[in-house]
Design a protein around this ligand. Structure first.
Ligand code: IPD
Length: 287
């Protein structure tokens, strides 16, 4: 079935491929970190010349085709006076753009790097494109049209029903508050003691959601992802591939894409339920 959001999907794919060319140009074989003009946003959170360049390019393409739509871009938000924190969530036509999700990976030449372009209407994610320029993997979905990896339809890992047959990817992100670190480590212990089959961390929220959608991992958990730009596109992919995207407190309602304070648990309904049951509710509150 063709989705009514086909025009937005086509634009997002075109923009993601163009972004990929720019990103790859910073990473020719043997180039170290120095060529990337890295700046520290805060703590261990990084931004590079490529993030800014790619975001400007994608934003320009969206504005050419959809001049009235809102755009929330990770780096643009970071420059805004309040860093995007606490902005009211828009209900009009709105794009969520992460030019490079996995910036730290990009800086270190670790290939879990993704361009993430999501489109929402009425506060609901409708289109999601996630492109990894190093593996040349194009994940795409538009509401009602199914999810695809390089043109082939994908589905979640429906064989995973509990922690014992779950390959879990759990990013711990860039927060380093003591209580947060303690709670994150305790949670990992609980999963391992419950017999979790495999534990991974990738450094890219968007890549994780794409991997969930395509059944390449069974479940993705993160308490404290960056912002809507990290998850908007991936939410469409996971849902169109037959999965659920809840928050880490197990809310079955649509994930609220909080700015810098959100949590996410995505995968098949059964495995997500078990992963959350073992983890218990997160208590750390982001101020
Ligand atoms: C980050 C990555 C990371 C996740 C963080 C995000 P960025 O985004 O997705 O995997 O753990 O929560 O902020 O800064 O690389 O675009």
């Amino acid at each position: 079935t063709k989705s009514p959001y086909q025009p937005q999907l086509e634009l997002a794919k075109d923009a993601a491929l163009k972004a990929g060319e720019i990103i790859r140009s910073y990473c020719s074989h043997g180039t170290g970190r120095s060529s990337k003009n890295v700046t520290v946003k805060s703590g261990v959170d990084l931004v590079t010349e490529a993030d800014t360049r790619v975001e400007k390019m994608i934003t320009g393409l969206i504005k050419d085709s959809f001049p009235n739509d809102l755009i929330i871009g990770e780096e643009d938000q970071a420059d805004s006076p309040n860093g995007g924190q606490g902005d009211p969530f828009p209900t009009e036509s709105c794009w969520c753009v992460d030019p490079i999700d996995g910036t730290t990976n990009f800086v270190h030449n670790y290939p879990f790097v993704a361009v993430s372009i999501g489109y929402m209407e009425g506060g609901i994610p409708r289109v999601g494109v996630i492109y990894n320029p190093f593996t040349d993997s194009m994940y795409e979905a538009a509401e009602g049209g199914g999810a695809f990896l390089n043109g082939k339809q994908i589905t979640i890992d429906s064989d995973a029903s509990s922690i014992e047959d779950c390959l879990l990817v759990n990013n711990i992100g860039h927060y380093r508050y003591e209580d947060f670190v303690e709670e994150s480590a305790e949670r990992v212990k609980k999963w391992l003691k419950a017999g979790l089959r495999g534990y991974r961390a990738s450094g890219s929220a968007a890549q994780n959601l794409a991997h969930v959608a395509s059944g390449q991992v069974s479940c993705y958990y993160e308490h404290g992802y960056g912002g809507p730009w990290d998850v908007c596109a991936g939410m469409v992919l996971v849902k169109e591939a037959g999965g659920v995207v809840w928050d880490a407190r197990g809310s079955e309602t649509d994930l609220e894409m909080k700015f810098g304070k959100g949590s996410v648990c995505a995968g098949g309904r059964a495995v997500v339920t078990d992963v959350l049951k073992v983890a218990g509710q997160p208590t750390f509150e982001f101020s």
